[in-house]
Ligand binder design. Structure first.
Ligand code: SF4
Length: 319
């Protein structure tokens, strides 16, 4: 389901995904790395891992049939109230109301609801409102209609009230307070971290490592790197982190580039260094796997977007 991701971004991914995994059995039997490769660039990689695990659970425990009761569906990996309500109402006509960001915005404006939409305790209130209004005979259409209304008409900025089918009941429109709703709590400032990353060459191959599956960006590959400490130079951080994570002593040859990247909860500025392996054998402390690969083989591995921001320069400079 589309949480925090726009439809237009997802369409080409969806088409490639369905082309490669046309049914749940094929997905369940596939390698996680192939799933992550097709998901690459979309972010929220836990969803890919959970979707893969859920497909296995459906095949192994439900004979390939997606369970249509809420209790069994909620047990599947990655499923919470939103996904359960969305899938079960749309696919199985179950009377469950969906609450996402679009739905909260529509109801907050329609009824002048003061509950901040970004506060987790508000969820119950919006859920109760949506459940009261739900068309129990056609819950899937109702849920999709409210979500679409929020996405296309009752937009965050400049809602198209003139063409809104709810305008005659809308309290904020009546009271000329549309721009005051929805209410939100102020967000804490986003932390910013300095990072150092090493592209370590041994001959014409470079070292890549795999992130633990239970961590952020889990299962993806990356060039070894980490946070620069206070009063530490990026170069020192790079050699220190490489020694800590993969047990190699490296010499820094040059700086490849600097990249910036924004994740959901923090931002990074990362200096990327070209290094050569001086001594030591790879012993992993953190990563779950490693490979020495030729540059022309890098495209076979799924990498986070932040690594793609310098891989193209690396290829251009070194191939
Ligand atoms: S009338 Fe305007 S503010 Fe009210 S629900 Fe429709 S689009 Fe949103």
């Amino acid at each position: 389901m589309l949480q925090q991701t726009q439809v237009n971004t997802v369409i080409p991914y969806f088409q490639r995904f369905c082309g490669k995994f046309p049914d749940i059995q094929t997905l369940a039997a596939s390698d996680l790395q192939d799933v992550l490769k097709l998901w690459e660039g979309l972010g929220y990689y836990a969803r890919a891992r959970n979707f893969h695990k859920a497909a296995k659970a459906v095949v192994d425990e439900h004979r390939g049939n997606v369970p249509d009761d809420r209790a069994s569906f909620l047990v599947l990996p990655g499923v919470g109230d939103y996904i359960a309500a969305a899938v079960l109402s749309i696919a199985f006509n179950k009377p469950l109301a969906v609450v996402d960001g679009n739905v909260k915005r529509v109801f907050a404006r329609l009824f002048e609801m003061d509950a901040p939409v970004n506060q987790s305790s508000s969820y119950k209130l919006f859920k109760a409102t949506a459940s009261d209004l739900l068309d129990v005979d056609d819950p899937g259409t109702f849920n999709q209609a409210v979500m679409e209304l929020g996405a296309l008409i009752c937009k965050p900025a400049k809602p198209d009230c003139g063409i809104c089918p709810l305008s005659k009941w809308c309290l904020t429109l009546k009271n000329q307070r549309v721009d005051v709703f929805p209410k939100k709590n102020k967000k804490a400032p986003v932390p910013h971290h300095l990072m150092a990353v090493g592209v370590i060459f041994k001959g014409d191959k470079v070292l890549i490592v795999r992130r633990p599956e239970d961590k952020m960006l889990g299962g993806l590959w990356e060039f070894p790197g980490g946070r620069v400490l206070a009063k530490e130079s990026a170069e020192s951080a790079c050699t220190r982190i490489i020694a800590e994570k993969v047990n190699l002593k490296v010499a820094i040859e040059s700086k490849l580039t600097r990249i910036r990247h924004a994740y959901t909860h923090f931002k990074i500025t990362a200096d990327i260094f070209i290094c050569t392996s001086v001594s030591g054998r790879v012993k992993r402390n953190g990563p779950t796997d490693h490979q020495w690969v030729s540059l022309n083989k890098l495209e076979q591995y799924p990498f986070p977007k932040s690594n793609h921001k310098f891989i193209s320069k690396l290829m251009k400079d070194r191939m």
